[in-house]
Design a protein around this ligand. Structure first.
Ligand code: DX5
Ligand code: ZN
Length: 237
């Protein structure tokens, strides 16, 4: 397992200071997570492609765009061209999942599907061969600052097993309610990326909050590697 990635979600950032806040936290981030909500698929409205483009113009950190909108086929090109480096959407919001995934890939953007708590994980099976990553929602999509639903964490292993049965590997991202106090649960579940929103952006010192999470992730990743290569002090190699 490689280094676990941190994707701060700007959903709970101070939008009057968005550029400054991104600059403050970016050195701790592997990805910036942008939640696109349309007020229909989820009961909240956030921002659209112009904001994605604006964020792209001020940071080198790759953008992880999470579409919580109906009709992804109509929007996929726009969001990819606005600067997404990876993009996910919800299969139940889409009439032609496969062609949206193929469009993203053809534009050089990593493609993923996001799994809301009420959607069974096996619904992803027909698409696994096309997926660069899967987003496991650990809250009901729509708002930041909710409590992580621990039962959802089993889905990380379930999706990875489904993939490996097909001879595939898939990266898994956890999204919703992650904070320092429960980060270990997410890591033990085997995820590759954690999205962290309010726990960073509602902190007094957002850079320090991001740094703390980065430190925990790096420690965990380093230990994983030591175990993998049998280099734990005292262990028989
Ligand atoms: C929820 C969003 C999440 C959210 C995470 O619908 O998809 O990405 O921003 O925020 P926290 O970490 O506050 O749950
Ligand atoms: Zn999200």
């Amino acid at each position: 397992m490689g280094k676990v990635k941190l994707a701060p979600s700007i959903l709970n950032a101070d939008f009057s200071q968005l550029g400054a806040q991104i600059r403050e936290i970016q050195k701790y981030a592997d990805l910036i997570h942008l939640d696109i909500m349309d007020g229909n698929f989820v009961p909240n409205i956030t921002f659209g492609p112009l904001v994605v483009e604006a964020v792209k113009s001020i940071t080198e950190v790759p953008l992880d765009v999470h579409l919580m909108i109906y009709n992804p086929p109509e929007w996929i090109d726009t969001f990819c061209n606005a600067g997404a480096d990876r993009i996910s959407f919800h299969p139940q919001a889409c009439s032609d999942v496969e062609s949206v995934l193929r469009t993203a890939k053809s534009l050089g953007v990593a493609a993923g599907l996001a799994l809301s708590p009420e959607i069974p994980h096996f619904e992803l099976k027909p698409y696994l061969h096309l997926l660069d990553f899967v987003v496991i929602m650990t809250v009901y999509p729509g708002f930041g600052g909710q409590k992580l639903i621990p039962e959802m964490l089993n889905r990380v292993g379930a999706v990875k097993r489904d993939a490996s049965e097909l001879g595939l590997e898939v990266e898994v991202e956890i999204d919703g309610g992650v904070k320092t106090e429960n980060l270990n649960l997410a890591l033990e579940a085997g995820c590759d990326t954690v999205v962290v929103g309010s726990s960073i952006f509602h902190s007094e010192d957002i850079a320090e909050a991001a740094r703390e999470i980065r430190v925990i992730l790096d420690k965990y990743s380093a230990n994983q590697n030591r175990t993998l290569f049998g280099e734990v002090p005292g262990s028989v190699v």
